[in-house]
Design a protein around this ligand. Structure first.
Ligand SMILES: Cc1cc2nc3c(=O)[nH]c(=O)nc-3n(C[C@H](O)[C@H](O)[C@H](O)COP(=O)(O)O)c2cc1C
Length: 174
């Protein structure tokens, strides 16, 4: 699939069918995530595929948090599969590296016809406990995966011209 089309197709899906997600497909997408660039090629990521019913339920509970007076991630208990992205705590550019891997992963899922939602909102301690993550790793993000029931939406983005400068910050002339 053409990259632009794939990028437009990838969106935050928050409603899924209960169809099982094939583990081989997830592994294929994680192979693509693992091809992401990282600082000094440190590859500080670890991936946890979460398909066990009990672990999934525990994680879904940890993902539902209060944010500005609302509970976010209420859809978490209906997610058929999660992939948790952890990073080596002492990796220099851990968040940046993990972000690249997460985005490669989500695009790879989109190419396979799978929906996803990057989920950063969570009760971290509870999620770390649910996934048994050791102390020297940071749980960066959880990605919900499944077959989406949502239509593809138009992207809602700021105007690129307002964010783009030439040669020095603030210079719009070209
Ligand atoms: C680091 C990060 C954390 C996010 N955390 C959540 C989250 O906890 N829950 C959620 O529903 N969406 C979450 N999102 C999804 C964003 O809300 C979404 O990417 C943004 O609104 C743009 O919409 P789109 O992904 O459909 O293009 C997160 C996205 C990123 C990149």
């Amino acid at each position: 699939m053409e990259l632009l089309q794939l990028v437009k197709q990838r969106q935050s899906d928050r409603s899924y069918t209960q169809d099982k997600v094939d583990l081989e497909t997830i592994k294929k997408c994680l192979e693509i995530a693992h091809l992401a660039p990282s600082s000094i090629n440190s590859q500080p990521w670890r991936f946890i595929i979460v398909d066990d019913e009990q672990v999934r339920a525990n994680l879904a509970k940890a993902l539902q948090v209060e944010l500005k007076g609302n509970t976010i991630n209420k859809f978490a208990p209906t997610v058929p599969l999660f992939v948790a992205f952890c990073g080596e705590k002492d990796a220099r550019r851990r968040s940046f590296d993990l972000g690249a891997a997460v985005n490669y992963f989500c695009l790879a899922l989109a190419e396979q016809g799978l929906g996803s939602c990057i989920m950063g909102g969570m009760k971290e301690e509870e999620a770390v406990k649910a996934l048994n993550i050791p102390e020297d790793y940071k749980l960066e993000i959880v990605v919900a995966v499944g077959y989406s029931t949502q239509e593809t939406r138009e992207k809602n983005r700021k105007n690129l011209d307002d964010l783009l400068f030439y040669n020095q910050f603030g210079n719009k002339a070209k």
